[in-house]
Write a new protein. Structure first.
Length: 189
């Protein structure tokens, strides 16, 4: 990840009302946002219409349509982007399920190699349910999953965003993965 100072400066410019800052920011972070989206959509099923570009554009619009775009710095911006992408993916999976008539609903899968030690995809709605359970029990662990799994942030970047030490994030990431592994494994049974 590059251009840390430029991104942070553009975010500050946006906060002060500079209309062109969000456009310049978009140009600078676009490739990273596409990588983030590609990680999430890499294991989608054939025929799904949400693509990388669409996910990036929807997430960006969702973030800049809000009036409270008060991002502290680059890492915080990418953490918020990860949350926006997560919400879009979950909404997409729910819409797809609702459109399906009769039988088992269509499932949208995400690759879970960061959570499970397998190459099998995980259903995004199952993951969302497990994350809600984790959020209820340990909100900080759910935030770490959001940053690491959805945002692709490193341990250090996640620590910066959440104001924690890298060691704490590493330890909590292990706990969160264990919880999700158990929650998702019990769904399979």
């Amino acid at each position: 990840m590059q251009d840390t100072g430029i991104v942070t400066q553009l975010l500050a410019d946006h906060r002060t009302g500079d209309e062109s800052a969000s456009e310049r920011l978009y140009q600078i972070v676009y490739d990273e946002l596409k990588e983030m989206a590609q990680r999430q959509l890499r294991f989608r099923k054939p025929g799904e219409t949400l693509n990388t570009t669409g996910l990036v554009h929807e997430a960006y619009l969702k973030m800049f349509d809000r009036s409270d775009g008060d991002w502290k710095d680059r890492a915080h911006f990418f953490a918020v982007t990860a949350r926006a992408m997560r919400q879009i993916l979950v909404d997409y999976a729910r819409r797809t399920s609702a459109e399906k008539r009769g039988g088992k609903a269509h499932r949208t899968d995400l690759h879970a190699s960061l959570i499970k030690d397998t190459d099998e995809p995980v259903d995004i709605l199952d993951l969302e349910e497990a994350l809600k359970q984790l959020q209820d029990l340990k909100p900080r662990l759910a935030q770490i999953v959001e940053c690491r799994f959805y945002g692709g942030l490193s341990i250090e970047e996640t620590a910066e965003v959440l104001g924690l030490s890298s060691r704490t994030v590493d330890r909590d990431w292990y706990k969160a993965k264990s919880f999700l592994y158990l929650a998702l494994s019990s769904d399979e049974d």
